[in-house]
Design a protein around this ligand. Structure first.
Ligand SMILES: Cc1cc2nc3c(=O)[nH]c(=O)nc-3n(C[C@H](O)[C@H](O)[C@H](O)COP(=O)(O)O)c2cc1C
Length: 209
């Protein structure tokens, strides 16, 4: 069930599904059932959020079920994303509620919490054999206008969702990129125990990368 393509190799052992989650550009046209979609978005709701606000919202369109909305959302993507995203079964916009429901005060953590929810649902998707590909390359104002999104919601990210397909479905250069080994910064470059690194400290050069 798990996607065996381009599995991440890390210096430490982590949950297998985290190494199998990736951002593909090649998707099969296999439809995604409502049951599976609901399980994936339910996983997103399991994420932690500031005072339990759950500020994330998702505006979604299935290519099969809402073809007009799908086309409208697709048109808001930058051309370099439209090229491959047009084959994805589902297209989603991630939004964050700017203010707390209980008192209307600004929620400085709304975008953070949206990211957590999206990361969580992407992991659930991978566990079920699907993959999410997040995108910043889209025009938020076009989504706002086209779908009458209220001002209280930040339009933050877009993502595709579906069953990944073979890289051969893509033209070059995307085909090669799909199979380029994925890599990550070592833990030593992102984790600083006790103090921020200074020019004198051993890990300073690594941290500046
Ligand atoms: C906020 C955000 C914006 C991104 N924007 C784009 C994008 O516009 N187009 C694209 O092809 N990939 C985009 N990506 C995907 C990243 O390039 C990808 O996650 C990264 O290279 C790591 O690859 P992996 O997810 O397969 O591990 C974006 C990812 C995130 C989280």
């Amino acid at each position: 069930m798990a996607d065996p393509t381009n599995v991440l190799q890390l210096e430490y052992e982590i949950l297998p599904v985290l190494t199998q989650r990736r951002s593909p550009r090649a998707y099969l046209d296999t439809p995604v059932s409502t049951e599976i979609l609901n399980r994936i978005f339910a996983a997103g709701t399991s994420a932690a959020s500031c005072i339990g606000e759950q500020p994330w919202r998702y505006l979604a369109a299935s290519q099969a079920e809402q073809p007009e909305a799908f086309a409208k959302l697709l048109a808001t993507l930058k051309p370099f994303n439209q090229v491959w995203a047009k084959k994805a079964p589902v297209l989603v916009i991630g939004l964050a509620k700017r203010t707390f429901a209980k008192d209307g005060n600004p929620n400085d953590f709304a975008r953070h919490d949206l990211g957590q929810a999206t990361a969580t649902l992407a992991i659930q998707a991978a566990e079920l054999g699907l993959q999410v590909h997040q995108m910043g390359g889209f025009t938020a104002d076009e989504v706002r206008e086209g779908f009458n999104v209220p001002a209280d919601f930040d339009i933050v990210t877009a993502f595709t969702l579906g069953y990944p397909g073979p890289a051969e479905l893509l033209e070059e250069p995307l085909r090669s990129r799909e199979l380029t080994p994925r890599s990550r910064m070592p833990v030593g470059e992102i984790l600083f125990w006790g103090a921020w690194p200074t020019p004198e400290s051993e890990d300073f050069a690594e941290a500046q990368k």
